[in-house]
Design a protein around this ligand. Structure first.
Ligand code: FES
Ligand code: MG
Length: 591
């Protein structure tokens, strides 16, 4: 390992400033009362932060409370000094009104810690959906040497001989509950069976997707993302990550040297061929913007839509995290892309080597789970960006469009990929639950369920509520999915064919605002269009008569500030003023 850093460590400014020995004494003294010595703090060795996202409030990341011990061992053995500190908790399933509020809050908090304390490099512990982008966004703003250590998915869930995956089992079982095929007790049993151990969601939901994205971006050690949380390899990965971040501190290997347009395009490709979460669109855009990398909303269609589905993992496929790991995990998926000429192999990574170098010898070991590029589960399985008179941006995850849905909506002779449906409009989640089973709405198979008021401003935070299931009566007749559309998001574990993340949202004056139940909506996947068949004159008339969009009050200081400062989902829902702050690590704060 290099023993002289490529520039003096920033922490020396705190602990070894010959001009200010009075201040140095103050900085040093309290670290000594848990075992550090002035000698080691002044030794010139790098101080490595461990950004701890695990807590009782963040059970998906709780494994990091244990893993941090292995990270510390690695840091020590490589000659660094570990300092662990807490990050604002994020727990997707439990945070009301939505965990989307927490991503930007955790980001802000982490930026201040990394900037304001004597830290020379950082291990970002990640797991639950938004913990990954929050950490990476902060590392980009600060531009501090950073490495991602995910906590890994839970073990596979089993219930009566069947695989039950996080989240996905909920969406599937609630349809069976509505159809009268199972009772509440069975529902609960399945849900609990899907969470058999420590770890994050074991499906290719948003957590697995975002950790795969971190690896695809080159920010994790090779093979990190897919290792299940309780496996021995996870602890070994924690140790190796601790060792490597010390070297990165010496090499001054910062996110700005790793993250490029090409590495972000690699991430888009991995999400597409993995059948990953639609939430990746929001978070990848946010990370790219904080990294000052140009990414266009349309890149999802132009760069990666034509990629095939290679990974047979729920919700788009059958298996769960353990099988994915044993099949080779993210490197095996990327290996397929590289062989097919669909990966930028020369991107630099945290290993200090190129992605192509990292992928050598990483061919998949289980071809049932990870398909060869030429024999995929589905052709053209990426994400489609749509626009029209209702919105400038919406995204559709095509890998979860079922055969039945394709046959019903997308396969009319001469009209493939095009359908028209009658809008049934709901004002947020409460309205949907109150009215979905009202026979008076006359919902049938020719309807599209629309949700508005669910975006960053309207909810606030943007909620995972667009995966609306049909009325019970329709489900009982075998219609398990209707098209849906909304200005909120949907769970990454959902298998619902939806048009999501619609921007601008209705609360910000977007077109969903003037839409009325009964309007016909025409979706044309070939042209990337989604339009209400309403004349411009009629739209103008409605707009004249519409009152301002209803925005529920903010109930906390952060909700109010979030609403004031946060942009729309197509642009990553970032705190836009924060984008002005770049590479702030280069400055040291005043004494
Ligand atoms: Fe936390 Fe899925 S709810 S990872
Ligand atoms: Mg989620």
């Amino acid at each position: 390992m290099a023993q002289s850093p490529s520039r003096p460590f920033r922490s020396r400014d705190w602990f070894a400033d010959p001009q200010r020995s009075d201040m140095t004494a103050l900085y040093l003294e309290r670290f000594m009362n848990y075992g550090l010595t002035p000698e080691e703090l002044r030794s010139g060795r790098p101080i490595i932060g461990i950004a701890q996202t695990g807590s009782d409030l963040s059970p998906c990341n709780r494994i990091h409370l244990e893993l941090a011990r292995r990270v510390r061992d690695g840091i020590r053995d490589a000659g660094g000094i570990p300092m662990e500190f807490p990050v604002h908790p994020i727990f997707e399933n439990c945070r009301r009104p939505t965990a989307a509020l927490d991503r930007n809050l955790a980001y802000l908090g982490l930026v201040e810690i990394l900037y304001g304390y004597p830290i020379d490099a950082v291990v970002l512990t990640t797991g639950c959906d938004k913990t990954t982008p929050a950490g990476i966004m902060a590392a980009c703003t600060v531009d501090i040497p950073a490495i991602v250590l995910s906590g890994g998915p839970m073990l596979d869930g089993w219930h009566e001989g069947e695989l039950v995956g996080s989240g996905t089992v909920i969406w599937r079982s609630r349809r069976q509950l509505a159809a009268g095929q199972i009772d509440e007790e069975e529902f609960l049993q399945r849900a609990c069976s899907s969470a058999p151990s420590a770890g994050h969601c074991n499906t290719m939901g948003t957590a697995s997707t975002m950790n795969a994205v971190a690896e695809a971006l080159g920010l994790s050690l090779t093979g990190c993302a897919a290792i299940p949380a309780p496996y021995r390899e996870r602890g070994q990965m924690a140790y190796e990550t601790g060792r490597r971040i010390v070297e990165m501190a010496y090499e001054d290997l910062r996110p700005s040297r790793i993250l490029t347009r090409e590495s972000f395009l690699n991430a888009l490709s991995v999400v597409s061929c993995a059948g990953g979460s639609s939430n990746a669109q929001v978070h990848i855009m946010a990370m790219a913007r904080h990294a000052q990398v140009r990414l266009e909303p349309d890149d999802w269609t132009t760069q990666a839509y034509d990629l095939p589905l290679l990974l047979d993992m729920q919700p788009a496929g059958r298996f769960l995290g353990e099988r994915f790991f044993r099949a080779g995990g993210v490197p095996a998926l990327m290996w397929e892309l590289l062989q097919a000429g669909r990966l930028h192999g020369d991107c630099l990574t945290v290993t200090g080597r190129s992605m192509a170098d990292n992928l050598e010898g990483r061919e998949a070991k289980d071809r049932e789970v990870i398909r060869p590029f030429a024999q995929p589960l589905m052709d053209k399985a990426g994400f489609l960006v749509l626009r029209g008179n209702l919105f400038d941006f919406g995204i559709m995850k095509t890998s979860v469009i079922s055969e039945r849905f394709r046959a019903r909506y997308l396969s009319r002779p001469g009209q493939e990929g095009v359908f028209e449906a009658r809008a049934v409009v709901f004002e947020g989640g409460e309205d949907y639950h109150a009215r979905i089973n009202d026979p008076g709405l006359g919902i049938d198979e020719d309807c599209i369920l629309v949700m508005r008021g669910a975006g960053p401003l309207g909810w606030p935070g943007s909620a995972e509520v667009v995966n609306m299931q049909p009325p019970d009566a329709l489900i009982q007749r075998g219609v398990s999915a209707l098209p849906t559309l909304g200005d909120g998001r949907q769970s990454g574990t959902s298998d619902s064919p939806s048009i999501l993340n619609v921007s601008p949202e209705s609360a910000a004056g977007g077109g969903l605002r003037w839409l009325q139940s009964g309007d016909l909506i025409r979706v044309d996947l070939n042209q990337g269009r989604c339009d209400a068949l309403v004349s411009p004159e009629e739209i103008a008339r409605r707009l004249r008569e519409l009152p301002a969009p209803p925005i529920p009050p903010s109930h906390s200081p952060w909700e109010a500030l979030y609403r004031e400062k946060t942009g729309q989902l197509d642009q990553g829902a970032t705190l836009d003023f924060a984008l002005e702050f770049q590479r702030i690590f280069q400055r040291t704060p005043r004494h």
